[in-house]
Design a protein around this ligand. Structure first.
Ligand code: CMC
Length: 395
């Protein structure tokens, strides 16, 4: 191959150096700026983790208060943005709406093109983190015909998101504290994951010095697919198919093992983790806490029972054991979101909401890196050799 190597799927190519997230798939370790994910999930808040990812260190009390205040100053969307939402069909998938609206922010904040100014880059990051809950929630409200409600700066980030999703102007709304806690933890767990497909997309798009909102919109598009962020939605769809079919779980597990069948168990396996995903360990406990608390007549009880049984079947199956296929974070997040009343079509949007800080921190790091260059992979050309053009009437 001459001076470059052939590496489809980037199985062994490091595309950049980074100081943000450390991930050891064999040991099942995940660190943000050196801090273990387990400690952050237990003790930190999502906005504190945002500060950490963006600014390299944990904030002092004052720095955190200033950061929270700063984010609260950017939560409003330009009034014109609502007309952008209104241009979509009501039945548009919320991910399609979010890709469009985040990309459209580039038309509203022209100063964000000053990408070589570190202060301006931070402002772009603050804007994006602050506006994402509104953008995400409005994509849902629009799809079901609920009127848009405005963010509330007296609430925490997670509380405000639940208010933006579920409150109606005619009644007071108090989010369930367990849901707030679960959301904080899930968002912390999803905040960054080094050079996955969507983050690499943000870096690649941003490497041409494109507008940061356009680069992040590209990342959101990349997240959408079921092999990446779309897996949480695919998990619930699969569980529903299993429930509807009435077939035993072994049928589905056998299908997943059959190499002539494209069916895979959604929410199992990971490119990097060949051990239990540390995030899945934390989120599994959370899912169990929430499911144990659900009333017996919850309409999704049967589905949750199937999820718990499937987890056990797969964990004890030789095929899955031999390939180190463990439940991943998406297996549990879908179950938790559903139990919180978040509709399935919003699951990948929830992932995007949390991952925004990772994308923009990685973009900021890249733009501040003197050695960074435009991303430009090579290819292994397998097409025709050079040949002469033949006029159409002679072919
Ligand atoms: N069900 C059945 N078999 C599987 C599965 C699965 N979910 N995942 C992997 N395998 C098998 C695969 O067929 C292969 O078998 P063999 O060695 O006999 O050919 C082996 O395990 C290795 O799989 P791979 O496809 O080489 O692994 P990959 O690193 O290319 O793919 C993956 C990783 C996550 C795309 C894949 O495991 C998958 O499709 N999982 C289901 C979708 C899913 O849950 N995605 C969420 C990923 S985690 C969150 C995120 O990144 O967004």
């Amino acid at each position: 191959l001459g001076y470059f190597t052939y590496d489809p799927g980037f199985m062994s190519t490091a595309s950049c150096s980074s100081e943000i997230t450390y991930l050891d798939g064999d040991a099942g370790t995940l660190l943000y700026r050196g801090y273990p994910i387990e400690q952050l999930a237990e003790h930190s808040s999502f906005l504190e983790v945002c500060y950490l990812l963006l600014n390299k260190t944990l904030p002092t009390k004052q720095e955190l208060a200033d950061f929270e205040y700063m984010i609260s100053r950017h939560t409003m969307l330009h009034d014109q943005v609502q007309y952008f939402f209104r241009g979509f069909r009501r039945d548009a998938h919320p991910m399609a709406t979010v890709v469009g609206v985040v990309g459209a922010l580039s038309a509203f904040y022209h100063d964000d093109m000053n990408i070589h100014d570190p202060e301006q880059r931070k402002r772009s990051a603050h804007r994006l983190i602050a506006k994402m809950p509104t953008i995400a929630a409005w994509s849902y409200r629009y799809s079901v015909g609920l009127p848009f409600v405005y963010p509330r700066n007296d609430l925490s980030y997670a509380e405000d998101f639940l208010h933006l999703m579920f409150s109606v102007p005619t009644e007071p709304y108090t989010p369930d504290p367990l849901h707030v806690k679960a959301l904080e933890v899930i968002m912390i767990l999803h905040a960054d994951h080094e050079q996955n497909a969507s983050t690499s997309t943000v870096r690649l798009a941003g490497s041409s010095e494109a507008n940061p909102f356009a680069a992040v919109a590209a990342g959101i598009a990349s997240l959408w697919g079921p092999a990446h962020g779309g897996a949480n939605e695919a998990v619930i769809n699969m569980l529903r198919d299993i429930e509807k079919s009435g077939l035993p779980l072994s049928h589905w597990v056998d299908r997943a093992k059959d190499k002539n069948d494209r069916f895979r168990l959604m929410g199992f396996g990971h490119r990097v983790y060949k051990n239990y995903d540390p995030r899945a360990k934390i989120i599994r406990e959370l899912a169990n806490d929430i499911l144990d608390r659900l009333p017996a007549n919850d309409p999704n009880q049967k589905l949750f029972a199937i999820a718990r049984e499937l987890e056990q079947v797969a964990l004890n199956d030789e095929y899955f054991k031999a390939r180190n296929l463990y439940p991943n974070v998406d297996f549990y997040s879908g179950v938790i979101f559903l139990s919180m009343g978040i509709p399935v079509s919003m699951f990948t949007v929830m992932f995007a909401l949390a991952r925004t800080i990772g994308w923009i921190s990685q973009w900021d790091e890249m733009m501040g890196d003197e050695e960074s260059r435009i991303g430009r992979p090579r290819q292994l050309y397998m097409g025709a050799e050079s040949r002469d053009y033949v006029p159409v009437n002679e072919r």
